[in-house]
Design a protein. Structure first.
Length: 311
């Protein structure tokens, strides 16, 4: 694992640490795990104290940098204990894979999961259990795909596949907090499709949906990987641009405006958009920043549409 990936997940170690009891309780209460523990007459409290909590502590230690990936006596101890109980390999897999599932599900439920955290938890898990679970690679891949599917459902807009409003709000809060701490540059863009209701009324909602998807494809060609692009709702979209002033981002947005204006959308032909732009000022809040950009967008609409207003 690259050191920068470890750094990305380190900032979230408290999420695991603060939820350790719930993670272990959830792990051992998952029905298939419960059935196996009961089948082999394993005391749940003993198992939690002697095996489950030490394994979770090891994972947290890896994230903190105090433990080495792949060198885990407590996992060896866990596997030896289960082996001595004559637990079948398939049952061993169920216990191990549900440990990872429990960590991820608890953090999903608390809206603490990020793509970096998901990837790193998966990496640490695979590095330590690969030898034991090597015969279950197909099942592990399916479990990973299911976890990724749950992540996408909770964070992505189902139509356009970009971030949804809930995920945007989480990122916006983090970026504003960082900006307030280190006074970094941060710009916000609000986009609205002009006369979108007429598209739905005249061509139908399928044409409207296709227009949204095509619009997103155009915009993604011009923004940076570091920019946060989200569907705000309906025909409105937002772009959060770290390390960019409103003057910087306005140049890029003008390119986007022209690209949209000159594009022939399927079924509907020409489509235009109106834009509002603002950037971070000292001691800003999400609500204050969004109020400014919303007002800028309103001015663009009032002054003829298909234009950019900077606040």
């Amino acid at each position: 694992m690259h050191s920068h990936n470890i750094a990305l997940i380190k900032q979230h170690v408290a999420s695991l640490d603060n939820n350790r009891e719930q993670i272990v309780d959830n792990w051992l209460s998952i029905p298939p795990v419960q059935e196996i523990l009961e089948k082999y007459d394993i005391d749940v409290s003993m198992f939690a104290m002697n095996y489950a909590h030490p394994v979770l502590n090891y994972f947290i230690g890896v994230i903190q940098g105090t433990n080495i990936i792949g060198d885990c006596p407590v996992i060896t101890k866990l596997l030896e204990y289960l082996h001595d109980k004559n637990i079948a390999v398939s049952e061993l897999f169920i216990i191990c894979i549900n440990f990872r599932k429990s960590m991820i599900n608890i953090l999903f439920a608390k809206h603490l999961m990020s793509e970096e955290m998901y990837s790193n938890i998966s990496y640490i898990f695979d590095a330590n259990f690969r030898g034991v679970l090597s015969s279950f690679t197909d099942t592990i891949s399916k479990a990973k795909a299911e976890s990724k599917r749950l992540y996408d459902i909770s964070t992505k807009d189902h139509l356009t596949k970009i971030f949804n409003r809930k995920k945007f709000d989480e990122i916006f809060y983090e970026e504003i907090t960082q900006a307030n701490n280190i006074n970094k540059q941060l710009s916000l863009v609000l986009i609205d499709i002009d006369f979108f209701k007429k598209i739905n009324d005249n061509y139908g909602h399928n044409a409207g949906d296709n227009t949204l998807v095509q619009l997103v494809t155009i915009i993604k060609q011009y923004i940076r990987k570091s920019d946060i692009f989200s569907r705000w709702g309906g025909e409105e979209f937002v772009i959060l641009a770290p390390k960019a002033t409103k003057e910087n981002i306005a140049i890029k947005i003008e390119q986007i405006r022209k690209a949209i204006e000159s594009y022939s959308f399927n079924c509907v032909g020409q489509v235009t958009c109106s834009f509002g732009i603002t950037d971070y000022i000292e001691n800003d809040t999400e609500s204050a920043m969004f109020k400014r950009v919303d007002k800028a967008l309103y001015n663009s609409k009032e002054n003829g549409r298909n234009r950019i207003t900077i606040a």
